[in-house]
Design a protein around this ligand. Structure first.
Ligand code: PEP
Ligand code: MN
Length: 372
């Protein structure tokens, strides 16, 4: 796939002095106090250049918190005046563009639910015709690179040449630790076909939970992405939307300070190949873990069976047979003998422990029943 996307170099309109481009702020504006207090704390983190906040929230079901609307724009204007941070909001309809411009919002972003619909993107492009404002374009919810590129092209064709792509992960049907699977090969491919287009990563919507934010953010920079859009709330536990993925500003600061940002090498082919191989490894590790869990379930079943029949846990002959058999298969497959012995010993130890727990539980239950 080729594209004629024409972008003004990032550094010409956003002086980040070669550092990463970091956007932070709450998922949603909830109250003036929440916006101002979050902004006050975020303004103390020098790496953060732009304050984000959703004003109109695309919600899955009607009746969920749908955002504060226009009054939130007044609070953002105040953030800019008081703390000197640039501001950004999500736009989904031409009316939102008009209002955001009225309140001098510095840049606008188009969300994942809007990017899936070319009619919506086209109506935004028309509303932006002749306006000089940076536009951030999130990937569509489904893993469709063409749809993402199409949205960027539509906005670019309206005369907008300050564009940043935002990678926020993709809906994925298989079980995964992420809220939205990162599928890094897709933003990497975008970088290959549009080298002048800056790409930042939204680790919040990829992770869905705070624990994954550090590693996803680090991965973004290891893959030479240009920055982050990350959700932060002064009281994340009580946030009205996305509470489990928002960070207190002090924790955001810590995550940003822990990042290791290396010089970019720009070797896309190498990155693509490496990413493909890493995706393979991730998949295999997932299968390994599932197999291990399944093995342990059967170990438990055997444990219960032995307990009912009054047979002891340790069956030396069976274990010696397993070692001999698995060592022979494993070494034929090219696995190291010592590694296999260690792995088998670990598995055996865990199996014995699980069966011992089952025996003890049954013993306690019997004791209780006898007593009572
Ligand atoms: C958001 O940034 O709060 C948001 C709604 O994100 P997305 O469009 O990526 O789901
Ligand atoms: Mn959110």
């Amino acid at each position: 796939m080729g594209t004629d996307i024409e972008i003004t170099p990032f550094a010409d309109w956003l002086p980040v002095e070669g550092g990463p481009f970091i956007i932070a702020g709450p998922c949603s504006a909830e109250s003036e106090h929440q916006v101002m207090e979050t902004a006050r704390q975020i303004a103390e983190i020098p790496m953060v250049k732009v304050f984000r906040s959703g004003i109109w929230k695309p919600r899955t079901r009607p009746g969920d918190f749908e955002g504060v609307g226009e009054k939130g724009l007044k609070w953002l204007k105040k953030v800019k005046n008081v703390y000197g941070l640039k501001t950004t909001v999500e736009i989904a309809e031409p009316k939102h563009v008009e209002l955001a411009l009225k309140y001098n919002i510095d840049m606008l972003w188009i969300g994942a639910r809007t990017v899936v619909n070319p009619f919506s993107v086209q109506s935004l492009a028309e509303a932006l015709q002749g306006v000089d404002i940076p536009i951030l374009i999130k990937n569509p919810i489904n893993p469709d690179l063409k749809l993402w590129v199409g949205a960027i092209e539509r906005i670019n064709a309206a005369g907008i040449d300050k564009i940043v792509a935002v990678h926020r992960g993709f809906h994925y049907f298989e079980k995964s630790p992420y809220r939205n699977a990162p599928m890094w090969e897709i933003p990497i491919e975008l970088k290959r076909i549009a080298p002048s287009l800056p790409i930042i990563v939204d680790p919040s919507h990829i992770s869905g939970k705070r624990e994954l934010l550090q590693s996803v953010s680090q991965r973004a920079f290891d893959l030479e992405m240009d920055g982050l859009m990350i959700e932060s709330h002064y009281d994340p536990g009580n946030a009205k939307t996305d509470a489990s993925q928002q960070l207190a500003p002090k924790d955001l600061k810590e995550i940003l300070e822990n990042l290791i940002i290396r010089e970019k090498k720009g070797d896309i082919d190498f990155e693509v190949k490496l990413e493909e191989l890493r995706t393979e490894i991730d998949k295999i590790d997932g299968q390994l873990l599932q197999n291990l869990a399944q093995r342990m379930e059967i170990v438990d079943e055997i444990g219960e069976y032995k307990e009912q029949k009054g047979i002891t846990i340790l069956q030396m002959k069976r274990w010696a047979g397993i070692i001999e058999d698995r060592l022979s298969i494993g070494t034929h497959l090219g696995l190291n003998d010592t590694f296999l012995k260690n792995l088998l010993a670990l598995m055996h130890k865990e199996s014995l422990q699980r069966q011992t727990d089952i025996f003890n539980k049954a013993k306690n239950k019997r004791r209780k029943e006898a007593r009572g």
